[in-house]
Design a binder for this molecule. Structure first.
Ligand SMILES: [Zn+2]
Length: 340
């Protein structure tokens, strides 16, 4: 007999997501009662991920851990927004669940479709990852006939003190904001509102502006174009030679340099979000003002690294382009409003 979630990959694809079906997912299940899901449960894998290494825990989610049999979720959402479908049956992701929102308590592995966002959790997920999670939740909940309120964090159902998915050490992402993003996606409106966890610092990937050549762009399309350009340069000029980025302990080459740069920018914004959250309950302090005051220092910290990396990747004959990129990024880090 077909397992309960055999529709999963098709539903995700219909929502426009990039889907990878891991071999055997349609018949993969843990032992125990099969799921009859009423909601979707969000997790982080607690494994550092990057655009260069976007889904490091797929195999572990299939195989399980020494202390817990696989599958460990129904899908892994990579740092690059790709969704890796893991299982159509029961998955060991939730444990015992307490009631949360409109969802009852009980056997969490029967009550929830489990999504593992593959990232560290003490840093924010990437904007692409967050957006994929929003769209995956919207698609699954619509299929189940449930509302966005049935999207819950493991932190909200755990009876053992889990705090995932997080954006800073011990800090769960803003689930009210997440559910509102899911609700927006469920209306069928264009899902261009790429809102990073924590809210306000949304990198505004959908913001429109004109690039150095005067072409209208969104931040996302522009970054994709630049990424391709960097990759081409890498192959044409740098060959397979690896170039280290100052301050980066990982070996990073031209092809994956720009995504990493964007990642740093995102993490810097994450610091600002964290500062605001940390100060939210301190009396007499305006957290937004403090975070804004600290923002230039963070920009100063990350700015030179970004500038050097971009100039190195684009080469001496593309300095104008590199300058434009560095300026645009610096302005975004500094909180400049989007240009119409
Ligand atoms: Zn979890």
């Amino acid at each position: 007999m077909a397992l309960p979630l055999v529709w999963f990959a098709d539903v995700l694809r219909a929502a426009g997501l990039r889907v990878v079906e891991t071999p055997g997912w349609r018949t993969r299940t843990a032992s125990g009662p099969p799921p009859r899901p009423v909601g979707v449960l969000e997790h982080h894998t607690a494994t550092p991920a990057s655009y260069a290494r976007p889904a490091p825990t797929v195999q572990m989610c299939i195989d399980g851990r020494p202390d817990l049999d696989g599958p460990l979720c129904h899908a892994v959402i990579g740092y690059d927004g790709t969704v890796h479908v893991i299982a159509a049956g029961r998955a060991n992701h939730a444990g015992k669940a307490k009631a949360s929102g409109p969802n009852p308590g009980g056997d969490g592995n029967a009550l929830y479709v489990g999504l593992e966002w593959d990232y560290a959790g003490n840093t924010p997920p990437s904007p692409q990852q967050y957006d994929a999670a929003v769209r995956a939740n919207a698609a699954v909940l619509r299929h189940l006939g449930r509302t966005a309120e049935s999207a819950r964090a493991h932190a909200e159902t755990s009876v053992t003190g889990k705090w995932d998915p997080g954006f800073a050490p011990g800090k769960t992402i803003d689930m009210a904001r997440f559910r509102s993003d899911v609700a927006h996606a469920m209306t069928g409106a264009p899902t261009t509102a790429l809102a990073p966890p924590g809210g306000i610092e949304a990198m505004a990937f959908a913001d429109r502006f004109k690039d150095w050549a005067g072409n209208p762009q969104t931040v996302e399309s522009w970054m994709n174009n630049v990424d391709r350009r960097v990759a081409e340069l890498h192959h044409a000029v740098l060959g397979l030679q690896k170039s280290r980025i100052p301050g980066d302990s990982n070996e990073t080459n031209g092809a994956n340099l720009w995504p990493d740069t964007a990642n740093w920018a995102n993490q810097t914004l994450g610091h600002v979000v964290g500062i605001r959250a940390a100060l939210a309950n301190v009396q007499g302090v305006d957290p937004a003002a403090v975070a804004d005051a600290l923002r230039p220092a963070l920009v100063e910290l990350v700015g030179p690294v970004v500038a050097e990396a971009v100039h190195a990747a684009l080469g001496a004959d593309n300095q104008d382009q590199a300058d434009a990129i560095v300026t645009e990024l610096a302005q975004r880090l500094a909180g400049r409003e989007a240009v119409a």
